[in-house]
Design a protein around this ligand. Structure first.
Ligand code: NAD
Ligand code: ZN
Length: 351
């Protein structure tokens, strides 16, 4: 199956996203070739497209976008015994070195040599055919759709955030920001036993979605005064949250997260905004509010899949828009502008 006919969404350089045929890859040892079915657009894809880079990751050469993906196994490389042709799989996009101390400790998301789809210079999976390490592909049960398989990627971020936060039965939780990551953190927090969840955003449409997904309170942010927002959180909840999960990256929102969290509680920073921000660090220090970062996820795909397969979590309402691969630019434009209440935009590669 080598040759052309592999339609791919290639970011040539900042602002220039084109569709073109690339060579169809053949699976190497321990890899599978996947006929791609669906790829969700992530904020980072939009960022690379519009800005040509994120932090130290700069697009210096053409790169295929996409990393929230699922498809059907179309060929096996040498040594693959765990999957067969025809299996429907979700693709965990980061493959670590498996050798370093982080990998050995199970914190493979921190591996300095991790190869991650659509992180320059590594190509992503928004194309017709793509090859990936078989052990980073997860076979989906028949009743789990490939779209849900693609959602396992951002859901894993939510699972990892809630694990790092230590969310357990009975916790009251504040989630700041109700984009896809905030909404999937909401679903994860609920599944892990949070009793009451309050969520914030600037946008009422996103808050409405949060309520639909089971948030108990939704607060629209209409002031840049973080102490005022923290007071409103406490008022709505009747107490300060045990745990806060920041999913916007906006400075005032991080500040609110600190002020709002109860003494001895935890604030997890998921949102990645400006590299340097002002935060009320003394307030956090003297109230023993633990501030923890997260980077993607490790060992979360199996748990996220279990949550979906068991019916404990229904993430499907997040999917608001569908486009064929040929209409990738329209899909990116819709995701960028949030037109039509867009939350998660899916691109179908095999229509
Ligand atoms: P998004 O941009 O779709 O959502 C962010 C939401 O925050 C938006 O709905 C926006 O209206 C809201 N917001 C903006 N300012 C706010 C404020 N002051 N208070 C409350 N809400 C505010 O992005 P997303 O895809 O949901 O991702 C969320 C963040 O998580 C991004 O910063 C992204 O870079 C980051 N992220 C981090 C990791 C990680 O590994 N740490 C992984 C994935 C995404
Ligand atoms: Zn490693």
């Amino acid at each position: 199956m080598a040759g052309t006919g592999n339609l791919s969404a290639v970011l040539k350089k900042k602002g220039e996203l084109v569709l073109e045929d690339t060579a169809t890859p053949l699976p190497e040892k321990n890899e599978v070739q996947i006929k791609m079915h669906v790829v969700g657009i992530c904020g980072s894809d939009i960022h690379y497209w519009l800005n040509g880079g994120i932090g130290d990751f700069i697009v210096n050469a053409p790169m295929i976008l996409g990393h929230e993906a699922a498809g059907v196994v179309s060929a096996l490389g040498e040594g693959v015994t765990t999957l067969k042709v025809g299996d429907r799989v979700a693709i965990e996009p980061g493959v670590p070195c498996r050798m370093c101390s982080f990998c050995k400790e199970g914190r493979y998301n921190l591996c300095p040599d991790i190869i991650f789809c659509a992180n320059p210079p590594v190509n992503g999976s928004l194309r017709s055919f793509y090859c990936h390490d078989a052990d980073y592909c997860y076979k989906l049960p028949d009743h789990v759709s490939l779209e849900e398989g693609a959602l396992l990627e951002p859901l894993s971020v939510g699972v990892h955030a809630c694990r790092r936060a230590g969310i357990r039965l009975g916790h009251n939780v504040l989630i700041l920001g109700s984009g896809p990551i905030g909404l999937l953190s909401l679903l994860s927090a609920k599944a892990m036993g949070a009793t009451r969840i309050i969520i914030t955003d600037l946008d009422q449409g996103r808050l409405d979605m949060a309520l639909k997904l089971g948030a108990h309170h939704a607060l629209r942010v209409d002031t840049r005064d973080p102490e005022e927002m923290a007071r409103r959180v406490e008022e709505a909840l009747g107490c300060k949250p045990d745990i806060s999960v920041e999913c916007s990256g906006a400075e005032p929102s991080i500040q609110t997260g600190i002020y709002a969290t109860k003494s001895g509680g935890v604030l997890v920073l998921v949102g990645l905004g400006p590299p340097t921000v002002n935060i009320p660090i003394v307030n956090a220090a003297v109230r023993e509010v633990d501030i923890r970062g997260i980077f993607r996820y490790a060992n979360c795909y199996p748990r996220a899949l279990e949550m979906i397969a068991s019916g404990k979590v229904d993430a499907k309402p997040l999917i608001t828009h569908h486009f064929p691969l040929e209409k990738t630019l329209d899909a990116f434009e819709t995701s960028r502008t949030g037109a039509g209440g867009a939350i998660k935009v899916m691109i179908h590669c095999d229509q």
